[in-house]
Design a protein around this ligand. Sequence first.
Ligand code: B16
Ligand code: MG
Length: 218
Amino acid sequence: MPRFDAVLFDLDGVLADTAHIHFAAWRRLAEELGIHLEPTFEEKLKGVDRMTSLDLILAQGGPDGPVQRTVEERRVLADRKNGYYQAAIAEQTPDDLLPGARRVLEEVRAAGLKTSLASASHNAPPLLDQLGIRPLIDAIANPAAVKAPKPAPDLFLEAARLVGVPPERCLGVEDAVAGIASIKDAGMVAVGIGDPTVLTRADYVVPAIANFYISDFF
Ligand code: B16
Ligand code: MG
């Protein structure tokens, strides 16, 4: 008997290697504003929604300190970053799935569990189509439909609700600190993808989705 009835997947950094594409788009925008982002900044932006990411970058600022922008200017900047990101992901194909991602989705389904997506990204649905995995996902939580973004639990709770599974029967899979917090505060079991010294609140950590086997959770 599986201990779970659903697996809730993050997308960027779990199924697709798009975290670095997000960061490249942010870095391009930041450079245009005279803000230099160290590679270590990428971790802070993982799983963090678009406007909050922009705010973190503006708050870091340049040599003269934090960069101030009006609400309207920030919206334009966020749209510009999204344009850079969308142009980059338009090139994605099933070959860009992280190794093991399709196998994991197929095995979870074959074991009789539901699959649901809990991605902060508003670009998730077209990306799933390009990667060819949309038919393997039972539900997609809409980040625009929940009150608070990750690290709040709302998005994972919505992903669970859409497949009709109570939180305690859900396993969440995430690569971001903000996402692990979201899973844990939703009352679910968390599998971290990455470094256990970073993802300290995860119940289990594996280096990559290729190391995830649903049979380990039976
Ligand atoms: P968008 P995930 C997150 O996706 C990314 O990790 C994060 O870097 C990004 O800012 C966020 O989606 C919003 O994405 O600008 O496309 O709406 O990791 O939750 O799948
Ligand atoms: Mg992620």
